[in-house]
Write a protein that binds this ligand. Structure first.
Ligand SMILES: Nc1ncnc2c1ncn2[C@@H]1O[C@H](COP(=O)(O)OP(=O)(O)OP(=O)(O)O)[C@@H](O)[C@H]1O
Length: 275
């Protein structure tokens, strides 16, 4: 038995190494020469950025500098905005997501989004989390139940709601609603999660829970988060990107940005001297 097993285990290990190696080479998200206009106004002025898999990247910068615009390029949320125009290439796992053939619904399954204000549907807790699976046409009730449970467990909400799954998602507290919305995003198994100021409407305790959650989620997901809270960026992110007036001023390891930034503009912003 052992003699038969050993070569096959070796083979799997070798394969694993090959897969790991290739994953490290291709950035999870690769944005090159990205320019965005809303009519004649140039909101993003030519930005290059590569995001590594299983990391948390924070976007910081003063209001109106283009953080949301840039974030929304990663799941094509700007597509339907009046006057929107773009140039450049955005690749996920090496594939250009702005190619004509791309199915945007599929893309958004892979790239989930969590918004500033929790936005549960006026449905039960269970239905909120099951929603994405049901619109995908999945009918297997046991499968849906399991996925709802595992998603609620991942956001540490299961114990709080497991006896109340029929209760409206809107009846939860703000912090619970935001965790519910994250569970709804996780249920369709994305590989990237975009978060646009996900804690800005929450109290400090709920904020701490979401921060802890983000920290844990990076084991499975690649996360990009916009935050106006410098302490939050320094606590939870591996990389930080500082934007100003549609340009990427500095992008580096969070530790470096917060202890020894290269640019004076970055230093002025993180120390609260402007913005
Ligand atoms: N739909 C739109 N139509 C026209 N202009 C827009 C639109 N959305 C954003 N803009 C403009 O693009 C610029 C960048 O906006 P964006 O929302 O990306 O900035 P932001 O850094 O995310 O700001 P905030 O921190 O306030 O959310 C701003 O000048 C804004 O007014």
């Amino acid at each position: 038995m052992e003699i038969i097993m050993e070569p096959s285990i070796m083979k799997i290990n070798t394969l694993d190494r090959i897969v790991d190696h290739s994953l490290k080479k291709v950035p999870k998200i690769d944005l090159q020469g990205v320019k965005v206009w809303y009519d004649d106004f140039m909101a993003i002025k030519g930005i290059d950025m590569s995001v590594k898999q299983n990391t948390v990247t924070a976007f910081i910068g003063p209001s109106g500098c283009g953080k949301s615009t840039f974030l929304r390029m990663i799941n094509r949320m700007n597509d339907y905005v009046d006057g929107f125009k773009m140039e450049g290439k955005i690749k996920i796992d090496g594939d250009n997501i702005y190619k004509k053939k791309v199915n945007v619904e599929e893309l958004r399954k892979k790239v989930g989004m969590v918004f500033q204000k929790p936005n549960p549907f006026p449905k039960s807790i269970f239905e909120n989390v099951a929603y994405g699976l049901k619109i995908q046409g999945i009918k297997d009730k046991d499968f849906i139940k399991e996925r709802v449970e595992s998603s609620l467990k991942q956001v540490a909400l299961w114990d709080e709601v497991k006896d109340d799954l029929k209760k409206s998602g809107m009846a939860l507290s703000g912090g619970q609603q935001q965790r519910l919305c994250i569970a709804r995003t996780l249920a369709v198994e994305p590989s990237i999660i975009l978060m646009d100021e996900p804690t800005s409407s929450l109290d400090p305790i709920s904020t701490a829970k979401i921060e802890e959650l983000i920290y844990q989620l990076k084991e499975k997901y690649t996360i990009v988060i916009i935050t106006h809270n410098m302490q939050q960026a320094s606590r939870i992110s591996d990389y930080t990107a500082f934007f100003y007036l549609g340009e990427l001023i500095e992008y580096d390891k969070t530790k470096k940005i917060f202890t020894n930034p290269e640019k004076t503009q970055t230093e002025n912003y993180i120390t609260g001297r402007f913005g």
